[in-house]
Design a protein around this ligand. Structure first.
Ligand SMILES: NC(=O)c1ccc[n+]([C@@H]2O[C@H](COP(=O)([O-])OP(=O)(O)OC[C@H]3O[C@@H](n4cnc5c(N)ncnc54)[C@H](O)[C@@H]3O)[C@@H](O)[C@H]2O)c1
Length: 263
């Protein structure tokens, strides 16, 4: 149990999309521990509820909004509810993302999969910003963290073309938002995690050969834990990063720095 009233984020309201699992859940728990009033925005009600219950069990404040980030009306009401029930919006973590198996090469990826991935991963971030920015301005400013990926920075021969394109879009969009709102008290940064041990990668990890193919490219020789990504998000969300905006914030165990990795 923590005393959230004296934490680094006390008095702040945080809206986190996809907070029912993986990086989003880990970040929601940590932000609540740091004193933020956390709005868990999830399309999976049971998963979102489990996060809210965990927040409550450790003495924090959380509430659930069931919403699909690609749904314009749902995202507008998620932001409205955040303002109404928490009194402001200071931290917006646009984290929800999908990675379907059928997303492959440009030649093979079906059109419906392309649209689905772009809708969630790119339009979802856009909608979070579209409705979140006015709410944040009305709350006196804040910090936006949009989840891109290391695949927005370097290419892979086994592509996930829609996913990669969506993350490149998130990166470019975030830079522009950072520049446009820098003098109005809003910071915006794009988070680029390397591969993280979450349900999103669990299928891949079950195949030892595929696992090895990934690990060989990571200088640290291991996947990230969700908590290691959450700590970076907390930094970007807090006043500790007050002069950090418009960055491509890479947390990737050295992947993008490497040409050849150690044996
Ligand atoms: N796991 C990785 O290796 C990795 C690496 C780089 C970037 N990322 C990015 O980090 C983010 C989080 O990934 P994760 O690994 O924690 O994923 P995850 O699958 O563990 O969790 C994603 C959560 O988002 C929710 N979600 C999915 N679509 C949604 C929608 N349309 N509306 C609302 N909620 C929705 C899911 O229900 C789930 O709870 C994603 O944007 C992902 O692309 C992940």
């Amino acid at each position: 149990m923590v005393d959230a009233s004296s934490g680094a984020l006390s008095g702040r309201s945080a809206l986190i999309t996809g907070a029912g699992s993986g990086i989003g859940r880990e970040t929601a728990l940590r932000m609540a521990e740091a004193g933020a009033h956390v709005v868990v925005c999830e399309r999976d009600e049971a998963a979102g509820n489990a996060t809210v219950e965990q927040i409550a069990a450790s003495g924090g404040r959380g509430l659930l909004v069931v919403a699909d980030v690609s749904d314009d009306v749902a995202m507008q009401s998620a932001v409205d509810k955040t303002l109404r029930d928490t009194g402001g919006l200071h931290i917006l973590f646009n984290n929800a993302g999908i990675f379907p198996d059928a997303d492959g090469s440009p030649v093979d990826t079906p059109m419906d999969v392309w649209h689905q991935v772009i809708d969630v991963n790119l339009k979802g971030v856009f909608l979070g910003c579209k409705y979140g920015i006015p709410a944040m301005l009305a709350s006196g400013g804040g910090s936006i963290i949009n989840t891109a990926s290391f695949v927005a920075l370097i290419g892979a021969a086994t592509s996930q073309i829609a996913y990669t394109a969506s993350k490149g879009g998130v990166l470019a969009m975030t830079r522009e938002i950072a520049v446009e709102y820098a003098r109005q008290g809003i910071r915006a940064n794009a988070l680029c995690p390397g591969p993280v041990r979450t349900p999103l990668l669990e299928d891949l990890l079950s195949d030892p050969a595929a696992r090895e193919r990934r690990l060989v490219h990571i200088p640290m020789g291991r996947l990230a834990e969700a908590s290691e990504i959450a700590r970076a998000v907390l930094f970007l969300a807090s006043p500790e990063s007050s002069y950090v905006t418009g960055t491509t914030f890479v947390v990737d165990g050295g992947i993008t720095a490497a040409y050849v990795t150690p044996e």
